[in-house]
Design a protein around this ligand. Structure first.
Ligand code: NDP
Length: 476
């Protein structure tokens, strides 16, 4: 065979990825369960590069140069297993199967182990940036063996987004590392979107700004430290007018946010790892709350605060404070996400470079932002910070945000505007700062009702107080 790489599964993602590869001069074998899609791709886009269409699995495999590199872009889940089972018997030792779908990293670990037994490399590969990114340059997060990356890496790097001449693609680590990191990316994306949505809500309901004006505020923010794709598109959405009604678009959209599940996976995994990702969790819960129509309906008439009006003269100052609160809360959300990445890396022995993850998210993906340069820099020198919060650059930003951040959270609470993302970020920050936490009392309660024992601050060992007897202390 002459094709350097093959793509099977030619729906939006696979088709665009194949076109991206062809446009970069690679010979691409293309295949789809329903052959009509394959023919359509070649008819419509055949002029963009060199495609080798195949209608059968055997022809597809035969068209690939060895070691074969085969990218699966089908519906995640059972379909991926079915396609792997279809192709694996046709492949030979040293060939590489890439799953570019949104697989759960545990499935990727399972598939990688099974295929390794059969002498095949399996690369669970996170691909971010949606349809657009797949065509013009996604952020690519390949896992799998280092050996597989030697053969696959240059191809992937050639089609990835580029920032300052660097490709947004790097070998993340063994087996499920790539899909794990992609999952956390999506979790951070949820948190960032929620924070931006809260900022909008505060500007609207507290500062009294109309959507068009808020779009302007976001455009201004986008020229500063908050410069990011998400802020940019937020301004576009807020500035859009509904053609049918002439009203702001945001006012005619039903306020029930949906989700495809990767945010939920991030939180479920964080719970298993014992990592407090409260910003991501609040974002997932906020979406789920918004969809509970009956619950919200029932609560419509519950009492709220008697609203003191914000003086219009104070609105502009409040808007600046919201910007500072948003930036501080964003630092916390990302710090939590990186905590999850480092915890996952330690748990599964992946040896993920946290700075490299920041570097490849600077382009191609939904959370792409100038901000990620700072995170990369925080991990650049030999001694990585325990948490991003203590990195000097972020520490300084948090210091400058103190009054504004607290004022915004307090104002939201006083005026009855929900700000779960801002509040959770601040609570996390203050909890980490606290010299003593009431966790000591929780340990006392646990020992009282369940004899769960506690450790002491002044000596080693586990202790239990005989609460039901003379309250003397025994060593457990
Ligand atoms: P879909 O998830 O809609 O999947 C459709 C493709 O899967 C079609 O090619 C279909 O073939 C194939 N397929 C489904 N079941 C089977 C099966 N049992 N055997 C063989 N082929 C099967 O396509 P997308 O392009 O949207 O996404 C592809 C993958 O990329 C998914 O895992 C998705 O989660 C992931 N992804 C998607 C993003 C997006 O923005 N859409 C972004 C990043 C990742 P047929 O034509 O014959 O029906």
């Amino acid at each position: 065979g002459q094709a350097q790489i093959g793509v099977t599964g030619l729906a939006v993602m696979g088709r665009n990825l194949a076109r991206n590869l062809a446009r970069h001069g690679h010979v691409v074998a293309v295949h789809n369960r329903t052959a009509a899609r394959t023919r359509q791709l070649v008819e419509e886009f055949g002029h963009e590069g060199e495609f080798v269409p195949a209608e059968s699995a055997a022809d597809f495999v035969a068209s690939l140069r060895r070691p074969r590199r085969l990218v699966i872009m089908v519906k995640a889940g059972a379909a991926t297993d079915a396609v792997i089972e279809e192709f694996a018997p046709l492949l030979e030792s040293g060939d590489v199967i890439v799953d570019g779908g949104n697989a759960h990293f545990e499935d990727t670990r399972r598939r990688e182990a099974a295929l390794r037994e059969r002498g095949l490399h399996f690369v669970g590969c996170g691909i971010s940036g949606g349809e657009e990114g797949a065509l013009n340059g996604p952020s690519i997060m390949p896992g799998g063996s280092a050996e597989s990356y030697r053969s696959l890496g240059p191809l992937l790097e050639s089609i990835a987004a580029q920032v300052d001449g660097e490709p947004c693609c790097t070998h993340i680590g063994p087996d499920g590392a790539g899909h794990f990191v992609k999952m956390v990316h999506n979790g951070i994306e949820y948190a960032d979107m929620q924070l931006i949505a809260e900022a909008y809500d505060l500007l609207r309901r507290v500062a009294g700004y109309e959507p068009g004006r808020i779009a302007e505020v976001f455009r201004t923010w986008n020229r500063g430290r908050l410069d990011s794709y998400l802020i940019e598109i937020t301004a576009e959405v807020l500035g859009h007018t509904d053609a049918a009604t002439g009203r702001p678009f945001v006012d005619v959209v039903a306020d029930a946010a949906e989700q495809k599940g990767t945010g939920r996976w991030t939180v479920q995994t964080a719970l298993d790892l014992g990592v407090p990702v409260s910003g991501i969790a609040e974002a997932v819960f906020a979406r789920s709350l918004s969809g509970h129509g009956a619950l919200r309906e029932a609560a419509q008439r519950l009492p709220g605060p008697v609203r003191p009006e914000l003086h219009p003269d104070d609105a502009a100052q409040f808007a600046d404070q919201v910007e500072a609160a948003l930036y501080a809360s964003k630092i916390v959300a990302y710090a939590q996400g990186w905590h999850q990445i480092t915890a996952g890396s330690a748990e599964y022995g992946w040896d993920i470079d946290p700075g490299a993850v920041a570097a490849i998210w600077r382009g191609g993906c939904i959370i792409r932002a100038r901000f990620l340069d700072e995170i990369r820099a925080a991990y650049a020198d030999g001694k990585p910070p325990v948490t991003l919060l203590t990195d000097p650059t972020f520490r300084e930003a948090l210091e400058r945000a103190q009054n504004a951040w607290r004022h915004v959270v307090a104002t939201a609470a006083q005026l009855g505007v929900p700000a779960p993302g801002f509040s959770a970020a601040l609570a996390y920050y203050d909890a980490l700062r606290a010299e003593r936490l009431p966790a000591a009392l929780v340990q006392g309660q646990r020992d009282y009702f369940g004899a769960h024992t506690y450790r002491r601050t002044d000596r080693e060992g586990a202790f239990h107080t005989l609460w039901g007897q003379d309250r003397s202390e025994v060593e457990a």
